[in-house]
Design a protein around this ligand. Structure first.
Ligand code: NAP
Length: 251
């Protein structure tokens, strides 16, 4: 049980940007539910790290692109904490570098299922629990978009960029839909951030290749994205909803 502590669910929280958000949230005083897809070791190590620091965390396995998994994940949060105050829709995937005229239907379906439908399903379950219209006590959602939604990522992964464009629009629409129900919805658009996502898309040297095109001439750190997310979740952002914050070094 979390008692008086606020509860935050972070999808894809076991590694990368999600893990940085979980670490910072635990230090801020949240109890943290860490969702992961398959890397149980990373999520378990993060739970142990947070507990060693005096915080409270659980790891929950589940594919955000599966409705059954999403329902089970929120049920696990309910069972452990009996409350939910915040959601970060962070889980996301890229794919191999390709042109649109090379993309299979299976690739497009996976990209949209995880990045778009997954975020929408999780937001749906969070709103059911947080909206004052449904008996909740309010809360905050932050969706992790990408600078790609503005750039389009031609020749690399237009499908990924389009999935993040959908996240931007979803953020604006949901924010307005629940604005009088105590739920704020915002998004963060990271630029090029030093995580394993680039290698998972088959481009381990992507950061070195792109760094020079960033106005700040450097990649960002996961903690620099987490700083923005924690602010948007906090009461300091009490009048900010439907906002989309670039955390991209000017790119
Ligand atoms: P990452 O290091 O590859 O970590 C991805 C995380 O998402 C992992 O914890 C992974 O779980 C989880 N995940 C993947 N598919 C999932 C699924 N179907 N269901 C549940 N969890 C899933 O990625 P990252 O760089 O931190 O990216 C996090 C978010 O930031 C993504 O939405 C990404 O699009 C966005 N973003 C990243 C960058 C960047 O440069 N890094 C830039 C802009 C936007 P496992 O640990 O179990 O594999």
């Amino acid at each position: 049980m979390s008692g008086d502590k606020k509860v935050l669910l972070v999808t894809g929280g076991g590694r990368g940007i999600g893990a940085a958000i979980c670490r910072q949230a635990a230090k801020t005083g949240y109890s943290v539910a860490i969702n992961y897809a398959s890397n149980e070791a990373a999520a378990a190590a993060l739970v142990a790290e947070i507990e060693a620091g005096g915080g409270e965390a659980i790891a929950i396995k589940g594919d955000v692109g599966s409705e059954a998994d999403v329902l089970a994940m929120f049920a696990a949060v309910d069972a452990r904490f009996s409350r939910l105050d915040a959601l970060v829709n962070n889980a996301g995937v890229v794919d191999a570098k390709a042109r649109v005229d090379e993309m299979s239907a299976a690739r497009l379906e996976r990209m949209m299922r995880i990045n778009v439908i997954g975020s929408m399903l999780c937001a749906r379950e969070a709103v059911k629990r947080m909206s004052t219209l449904r008996g909740g006590e309010g809360g905050a959602i932050v969706n992790i978009s990408s600078a790609a939604s503005q750039l389009g990522s031609p020749g690399e992964y237009v499908d990924y960029a389009a999935s993040k464009g959908a996240i931007d629009t979803f953020t604006i629409g949901l924010a307005r839909e629940v604005a009088t129900e105590g739920v704020r919805v915002n998004a963060v658009r990271p630029g090029i951030i030093d995580t394993e996502i680039h290698a998972s898309g088959g481009q381990p040297d992507r950061i070195a290749a792109i760094r020079g095109f960033v106005p700040m001439k450097r990649e960002g750190k996961a903690d620099e994205v987490a700083n923005a997310v924690l602010w948007l979740l906090s009461d300091e952002a009490s009048y900010t909803t439907g906002g989309i914050l670039n955390v991209s070094g000017g790119r």
